[in-house]
Design a protein around this ligand. Structure first.
Ligand code: ATP
Ligand code: MG
Length: 247
């Protein structure tokens, strides 16, 4: 569903992504681990098209999208929930989901109450609100809800575009441990055919959600495989887990 071949990116003389080749099958849930500065966010930027690689290619659903801009990759089903805030603060949860759904269904040309009233938009809003556990909060204004709910809504907004692949960069950063657990239960309940690529710092959660794990170190893939194998690997322990346990 999503593939990179020998992806390379340097900033000036500094290589930040080194020969990264990844293959995600449809419905696979992959967690990317790696120390600070390992190049995780840079890899996401290359995948969604915010950065152009110096070499290598990106393929989405079998098509080479390496030179496509962000919006065209998004229309082909690659969606990202951002760490920075991309919500409309003065609008309700429902309106935020509705706008994303309206854009995705091509009804956003006349933004206003009536695009949100369209049955196909309403249907997506109801479905996504249920998926991200926000049905009870639909009428709350975004600037009145908790930080954890905003993070859930960010995922909802990405889902409302009906993606094939959803990329999340540290979706639970800044959320307390209790909400974080609920957040990951929510991720685990997402449709099994949605392909997920998640950058996550919390090991327990990573091992809980992931079908497969990729570890980056200095821009390079140093581990790619099953969570159980990652947990026991000495290489991993040395470069990553060790540093963590010591922290
Ligand atoms: N636009 C840029 N220009 C120059 N250097 C950059 C740029 N973006 C990232 N870098 C550098 O590339 C390296 C990898 O950064 P990146 O943000 O991808 O790491 P990360 O794995 O996401 O780290 P973190 O866990 O802290 O989020 C860092 O050394 C960073 O300083
Ligand atoms: Mg990062």
């Amino acid at each position: 569903m999503l593939e990179t071949r020998n992806l390379n990116k340097s900033f000036g003389a500094v290589p930040v992504t080194r020969d990264v080749s990844l293959t995600l099958e449809r419905g696979e849930r992959r967690v990317i681990l790696g120390p600070n500065g390992a190049g995780k966010t840079t890899l996401f930027n290359l995948l969604v098209g915010e950065l152009r690689p110096c070499g290598g290619s990106v393929h989405l659903a079998g098509e080479d999208v390496t030179t496509l801009p962000v919006a065209r990759r998004a229309r082909r089903g690659l969606s990202r929930s951002y760490q920075k805030n991309t919500l409309f603060d003065g609008l309700t949860v429902e309106e935020n989901l509705g706008l994303a759904a309206a854009v995705a269904t091509g009804h956003a040309s006349r933004l206003g109450g009536d695009s949100l009233a369209r049955p196909e938009v309403r249907e997506i809003v109801a479905e996504v609100a249920d998926q991200v556990n926000l049905t009870a909060h639909l009428h709350a204004r975004v600037n009145e809800v908790s930080y954890g709910i905003r993070r859930q809504l960010e995922v909802g907004v990405a889902l409302a575009t009906r993606p094939l692949v959803l990329l999340m960069d540290e979706p639970t950063s800044g959320i307390g441990p209790e909400m974080s657990k609920g957040f990951h239960d929510m991720l685990k309940d997402l449709p099994r055919d949605l392909t997920l690529l998640i950058i996550e710092h919390d090991m327990d959660i990573a091992f809980d959600v992931a079908d497969t794990i990729t570890v980056l170190n200095y821009g390079e893939v140093v581990f790619d495989g099953l969570p159980e194998a990652a947990r026991g690997s000495k290489l991993l322990k040395d470069i990553y887990l060790g540093a963590w346990e010591d922290a």
